[in-house]
Design a protein around this ligand. Sequence first.
Ligand code: MN3
Length: 245
Amino acid sequence: MKKRTFIKLAGTAGAGILIAPFASCGTNTADAPKVKGSRPRPFLFEQEPLGYDFSALAPAIDPVTMEIHYGKHHAGYVTKLNRALLAAGGAKGNQTLVELLQTLKPEDTALRNNGGGHYNHTFYWRTLTPGGAIAPEGDLKKELMDTFGSLDGFQTEFATAAATRFGSGWAWLMRDASGALRVTSTPNQDNPLMAGVLESTGTPLLGIDVWEHAYYLNYQNDRKAYIAAFMERINWDVVAANDRA
Ligand code: MN3
């Protein structure tokens, strides 16, 4: 994600997103403050403010689910990502989270699970930011209709990918390496940025968390009802901005 997208997203959010979580904060490089006797600060990631209240997405997503999901699950991924980075000797230079995910090695299990967890959840909160277009518009609308036959066709394919992802994972609308729109799903905290997960890596435009922690308090085993409610809360201005990133 590039900076201009962050700026657009911050504008969309209204309440304001103050930091870019896909960039790292802190540094272990030459611009670290030099204080005699101190080590450079480690290179760590931060969870950005949610930008809206835990109750803002109710009744689609209830406030208790939001509080636990953002405050415990997502925060836990950030803590464990930073722990894994420290254990690995710190991130390289000014590597962003996207760059980290795009250059994972097969043995980087902790960075994969927790870096993916941090990226995916930040992406999810932004996509659900209240306000913005309630349906696809403009070029993206036309391309969704061309690719999936109709907007209903897209919605059905996306909801089916989310409903049929076995176990824990995510469903995505992505733009693949050939430039085509594609609906897919990934296990665990993987995503389309990571090599070796899908036929083609790509740019995530829209993602839904279908881990049970995302919906079980309110919907119990009815994942389809959660998916339908999610579809009604998508901020399509954010989706379009993700496409321009
Ligand atoms: Mn989750």
